[in-house]
Design a protein around this ligand. Structure first.
Ligand SMILES: Cc1cc2nc3c(=O)[nH]c(=O)nc-3n(C[C@H](O)[C@H](O)[C@H](O)COP(=O)(O)O)c2cc1C
Length: 236
């Protein structure tokens, strides 16, 4: 199984340990090939709002050199994992900066068919609050990239460091990771046969109608046309 991990922080903290436990549990079920990115080391810039990615293509982004390898790894993956500690009740600024850069591949712009049979998991860890909002931010990107099957891991750890987490909680996390590993592995194995999410179908229909009328962004429109989606080819 090919796995791409986007770590929303460089810390090998609680979030990292939860995610690492999952990787360990999956590797006990089948052979894995893991590619990990750490933010902000692997993508250190904020979106400058130039609209170049939307209007001229993603290669015209001023930060394309950092974005390109991340997109290539997402395209290759069977399983995509996004992780973030909760900062100010949301994802880390580093992860948000990357997610902003990837809006060009949302269904509302130029969805990437290579994401349509992918499984996604979001990992969020907090001292106490903000899990729902943080998870929503990550799940929104997975959903709008067209990821087919999505899972969530949310942990309130009441700690600043992994070693400060109570033994009881660490055992609970370990048990959850065993279950999540089983579910994610089964989802990857069955992905071709599982049906497309309703949200994706509806969103795609809405966007197809809009793209047919689209005279404001030829780059997006050409993408839909080149994939045959404007003339009725179904993407999933
Ligand atoms: C800048 C910053 C902001 C934080 N904001 C919150 C917050 O809004 N709510 C909360 O409960 N914990 C907050 N925390 C605590 C972390 O979410 C918590 O300790 C988490 O387990 C850290 O995960 P990590 O070890 O993977 O980095 C914050 C920590 C930092 C460093």
């Amino acid at each position: 199984m090919k796995i791409t991990v986007i770590n929303g922080t460089m810390c090998h903290g609680s979030t990292w340990h939860c995610k690492d436990l999952l990787l360990e549990k999956i590797s006990q079920l089948e052979e894995t090939q893991v590619r990990e990115f750490y933010l902000p080391k692997d993508m250190s810039d904020f979106c400058v709002g130039c609209f170049s990615c939307f209007l001229k293509g993603e290669d015209s982004c001023p930060h394309a050199d950092q974005i390109r390898p991340i997109v290539a790894a997402l395209e290759e993956a069977d399983l995509v994992i996004l992780t973030s500690s909760v900062y100010a009740l949301d994802v880390t600024g580093s992860l948000k900066a990357l997610l902003d850069h990837l809006c060009f591949m949302w269904i509302s712009h130029r969805p990437n068919p290579k994401m349509f049979n992918t499984v996604g998991i979001s990992f969020a860890t907090t001292a106490g609050a903000g899990l729902a909002h943080t998870t929503k931010t990550m799940q929104n990107s997975l959903k709008f990239w067209g990821v087919k099957k999505r899972f969530v891991s949310k942990q309130a750890v009441a700690a600043m460091k992994w070693n400060d987490i109570s033994e009881k909680k660490q055992h609970q996390i370990e048990r959850e990771m065993v279950q999540l590993a089983k579910k994610a592995t089964a989802a990857v194995a069955n992905i071709e046969h599982s049906s497309a999410p309703l949200f994706r179908k509806i969103m795609f229909k809405v966007m197809r109608t809009m793209m047919k009328k689209n005279d404001w962004n030829p780059t997006d429109r050409n993408h839909w046309e080149a994939n045959g989606w404007l003339s009725g080819t179904k993407p999933f």
